[in-house]
Design a protein around this ligand. Structure first.
Ligand SMILES: NC(=O)c1ccc[n+]([C@@H]2O[C@H](COP(=O)([O-])OP(=O)(O)OC[C@H]3O[C@@H](n4cnc5c(N)ncnc54)[C@H](O)[C@@H]3O)[C@@H](O)[C@H]2O)c1
Ligand SMILES: CC(C)[C@H](C(=O)O)[C@@H](O)C(=O)O
Ligand SMILES: [Mg+2]
Length: 356
């Protein structure tokens, strides 16, 4: 089994190193090959998603991705910016279904900015559509406004759109995920304002007929943002579009104590997948050895479960993460008084040691 390792930029390299260490400690024989991506890809060969990196990603059984991005690339033209690497991988590989589970480990109840009673026992799943929406809609660009009150002024524009098959396939994924959990699905939209999401709501409602055992409700995204911090445990599975999912999953991350705890899986129709933490390259803490590697380590566990058919090994990693938290080890982002502050490498080593 071949795993492509794409560390990327900033803390991406630091956290991926820990996840690779954990994978190696499982005693399995994975073939792992690394390649530069993002700013590192740009530096190595002038493009954030070098051809050789894309080739490796395509031929591998699964991809473990760190993070990309750095402020120093902000002035590059869009097609060369590091973020294009992750967007390109998602699009090229057809990774339309993004799973972002937000689980609160009991030991971290005090690390969340929300009251423990609001978040304790939290276990929700955000299913984010990942290859459509305003992220990829054409046309987009900058131009002279062709009409309207600001005709002739410079304007930026993007296109929000979803085709019926795109909505159908993500809705099926979400209903099936709900069937395996609490059997409740909340479809988050902005149908009161946007045609795209009026259509989204209609299609999701139609598909619901095929899943009578799942309870479906619809919620506007602004209300969903509020409910996520008011009463997050009321959700089971949330399905939403690319942009709303991006925003809501960062909000959900804070419920778990830190974005450094939120793993993700991005899957195609055959469960081939890319696994990455939901956070970015965190340039503010890069190189300091303090980033939390647990989201990446937990993403590796998701990889074993979803793409490599190694449920038992996935469980071993997740149990080891629980164990190190129970031992009181914390990186700075989840640190509380009375616990032991550790760095990125120490946390990775502790997880390796805790593997049963
Ligand atoms: N999939 C990706 O590769 C991805 C995802 C999000 C953002 N980005 C990129 O990352 C760069 C930085 O973006 P940003 O600052 O908005 O978001 P970010 O997620 O990188 O950081 C947000 C905040 O969370 C903290 N943080 C993030 N991960 C952490 C971890 N593992 N441990 C401890 N603290 C952590 C950071 O220090 C920062 O204060 C940008 O270039 C952005 O485009 C990439
Ligand atoms: C880096 C960026 C393109 C990406 C996104 O917006 O999807 C990130 O924020 C994420 O959540 O994975
Ligand atoms: Mg994001």
């Amino acid at each position: 089994m071949k795993i492509a390792i794409l560390p990327g930029d900033g803390i991406g390299t630091e956290i991926t190193e820990q996840a690779v260490k954990v994978l190696k400690a499982l005693g399995e024989t994975f073939e792992m090959e690394s390649a530069p991506v993002g700013g590192a890809g740009y530096e190595a060969s002038g493009h954030p998603l070098p051809e050789a990196t894309l080739k490796l990603a395509k031929e591998a059984d699964a991809i473990l991705f760190g993070a990309v991005g750095d402020w120093k690339y902000d002035k590059l033209e869009r097609s060369l910016r590091p973020e294009q690497a992750i967007l390109g991988l998602r699009k090229h590989l057809g990774l339309f279904a993004n799973f972002r589970p937000a689980i609160l480990y009991p030991e971290l109840a005090g690390a969340s900015t929300l009251k423990p009673e609001v978040v304790s026992g939290l276990d929700i799943l955000i299913v984010r559509e990942l290859t459509g929406d305003i992220y990829f809609g054409q046309p987009r660009g900058m131009r002279e406004a062709p009409d309207g009150p600001f005709k002739g002024a410079r304007e930026g524009f993007d296109t929000m759109r979803y085709a019926e098959p795109e909505i159908r396939r993500i809705a099926h994924v979400a209903f099936q995920a709900a069937q395996k959990r609490g059997k409740r699905l909340t479809s988050v939209d902005k149908a009161n304002v946007l045609e795209t999401f009026q259509f989204w709501k209609e299609i999701v409602t139609e598909i619901h007929a095929e899943y009578p055992d799942v309870e479906l409700d619809h919620m506007y995204v602004d209300n969903a943002a509020m409910q996520l911090v008011r009463a997050p445990k009321k959700f089971d599975v949330i399905v939403t579009g690319n942009m709303f999912g991006d925003i809501l999953s960062d909000a959900a991350a804070m419920l778990t104590g830190s974005i450094g705890m939120l793993p993700s899986a991005s899957l195609d129709a055959n469960n081939k997948g890319l696994y990455e933490p939901s956070h970015g390259s965190a340039p503010d803490i890069a190189g300091k050895g303090i980033a939390n590697p647990l989201a990446t380590i937990l993403s590796a566990a998701m990889m074993l479960r979803y793409s490599l058919n190694k449920e038992e090994q996935a469980n071993r990693i997740e149990a080891a993460v629980k164990k190190v938290l129970a031992q009181g080890l914390r990186t700075a982002d989840i640190y509380e008084q009375g616990t032991t502050k550790v760095g990125t490498t120490e946390m990775g080593d502790a997880v390796v040691k805790a593997l049963a």
